[in-house]
Design a protein around this ligand. Structure first.
Ligand SMILES: Nc1ncnc2c1ncn2[C@@H]1O[C@H](COP(=O)(O)OP(=O)(O)OP(=O)(O)O)[C@@H](O)[C@H]1O
Ligand SMILES: [Mg+2]
Length: 223
């Protein structure tokens, strides 16, 4: 099974605690586009990184991803499959990479379940809290970029670049408003690791903002 986004570089492992960086936002907000910026900043800083995504990142999780993106299912099945995929991803990819000293860049992580399954599908927060505790324990991202974008603009961008959307991309504006609200609620309580990006700006501006925010974090972490 092909795991398309699993990429890595080969910088030597420095004597610095590796970090987990995640990218969040609704479909079409610019996460994949700006992974490139993050990779470049880390590469320039001489840091080893591994890029991955959710749902996905392992052969099993990619198989679950294709089911979740294509098959009709209840909100609970969707949630459980997302967390099953996440368990495999955390066990086989994220934790081993961090243990080796590699930085991990994940295109979506646990916050996305609070936004999509919680906000979007209406799964109760306390269920998500239990699953999070069970599946990821105390593992939290060190830095999360939230690409915040109006759903209408996200739809326009997706329509320009892609054909028929997956099961999520076919949802209507109100679904994405709820997802956006889910992210907002989740991040209100986690300001320390959050970097909100106004993703409605031009691509170069978004990229500059991501670069600046990451560089200032690196300086803080290096102290
Ligand atoms: N700031 C921007 N201004 C205009 N277009 C942009 C901007 N950022 C990204 N795009 C374009 O918008 C589209 C969606 O971007 P991208 O694929 O990075 O989003 P995504 O958040 O990864 O979406 P998904 O969740 O569906 O994977 C792409 O065609 C990309 O080139
Ligand atoms: Mg993407």
């Amino acid at each position: 099974m092909n795991v398309p986004l699993l990429a890595t570089n080969y910088n030597e492992i420095p004597d610095m605690q590796p970090r987990l960086i995640t990218l969040e936002g609704i479909d079409g907000a610019g996460k994949s586009t700006h992974l490139t910026t993050i990779r470049q900043v880390l590469t320039d800083a001489g840091l080893p990184w591994l890029e991955t995504r959710e749902p996905g990142g392992t052969p099993l999780a990619e198989t679950l991803r294709s089911l979740v993106l294509s098959q009709p299912m209840t909100a609970l099945s969707e949630t459980l499959l997302m967390f099953a995929a996440r368990h495999d991803h955390v066990e086989r990819v994220i934790c081993p990479a961090l243990a080796r000293g590699q930085w991990v860049l994940s295109d979506r992580f646990v916050d996305a379940s609070y936004a999509y399954q919680g906000g979007g599908r209406g799964v109760a927060e306390k269920q998500l809290v239990s699953l999070e505790a069970w599946v990821v324990g105390s593992l939290q991202p060190d830095l999360t970029f939230w690409f915040d974008l109006d759903p209408d603009e996200a739809r326009l961008r997706l329509n320009r670049g892609r054909g028929v959307g997956d099961r999520f991309e076919q949802e209507q504006r109100d679904f994405f408003e709820r997802v956006r609200g889910g992210y907002q609620r989740r991040f209100q309580e986690r300001p320390d690791r959050l970097c909100v990006i106004d993703a409605g700006q031009a691509e170069v501006e978004v990229s500059a903002q991501v670069k600046q925010a990451l560089e200032s974090r690196l300086i803080k972490w290096l102290r």
